[in-house]
Design a protein around this ligand. Structure first.
Ligand code: SF4
Length: 230
């Protein structure tokens, strides 16, 4: 795919992407059937564009939209349990203008942060296939190229961490993954100048069990601020 020249143009192309038939069919079907609690919603149902500050020094890299979260609202982490956990932390650490994320029209602004994901369409069982992750990867390559102030990538979960390493290998900045191990709080200086911080993903599975606590994730985003000199 030819490269987009602005983040706005890139988001427009992402929203129109149809490269993964299984994911497109799933998102469309979820949007058609809907969950009873959201029966009055018109689901977004398309690939979810990235969200944030084009001058961001920090990126939060997630996995994929939730079927009834951002596949419904059209904005990353907006309208589901992961977002209800994440946005108050982003607000507390100075990245988000408000703690509550409910819709694309809720007035939320991000400052210094760009939120994106390694897959832009909601996958069945929250599990994109390796082929689907590869199909979506060029969007991340272009995005990182266009975020010219970027210094730190917070990888939310192992798949996001692997996705960032794959990006570095694809773009010729890294030869091997050897020496890069996913662990919550692990930090790496990457070839090309970026820093990576690995974190558990704020999924309900992790936050309801205490594997990831609020204090743990606050610490990650405070550290990202410090590394980005914000
Ligand atoms: S997951 Fe990515 S590559 Fe696949 S259809 Fe959605 S936006 Fe396109």
């Amino acid at each position: 795919m030819a490269d987009a020249t602005t983040l706005v143009a890139l988001n427009a192309r992402i929203v129109a992407c149809e490269l993964c038939p299984r994911l497109r069919a799933h998102c469309t079907e979820v949007a058609r059937v809907r969950r009873r609690a959201y029966a009055d919603w018109e689901y977004w149902g398309r690939p979810v564009p990235s969200f944030g500050d084009p001058k961001a020094r920090v990126m939060a890299l997630g996995l994929a939209p939730g079927a009834h979260g951002s596949n419904r609202t059209g904005r990353p982490f907006t309208g589901d349990g992961s977002g209800d956990f994440l946005y108050p932390i982003l607000h507390e650490t100075g990245f988000a203008s408000q703690p509550k994320a409910t819709s694309r029209e809720d007035g939320m602004k991000l400052n210094g942060l760009w939120i994106t994901a390694v897959a832009r369409c909601a996958p069945p069982g929250n599990k994109p296939t390796p082929a689907e992750l590869r199909s979506c990867a060029p969007w991340l390559d272009q995005e990182i190229e266009l975020l010219t102030n970027l210094r730190v990538v917070v990888c939310l979960g192992r798949i996001a961490f692997d996705g960032l390493l794959a990006h570095l290998i694809r773009t010729g900045k890294l030869k091997t993954r050897a020496g890069f191990t996913f662990a919550h709080g692990a930090e790496y200086k990457l070839p090309g100048g970026l820093m990576a911080i690995a974190s558990y993903h704020p999924s309900l599975q992790n936050t309801n069990t205490g594997k990831l606590t609020r204090a743990m994730l606050v610490k990650i985003f405070r550290r990202a601020r410090k590394l980005a000199e914000l």
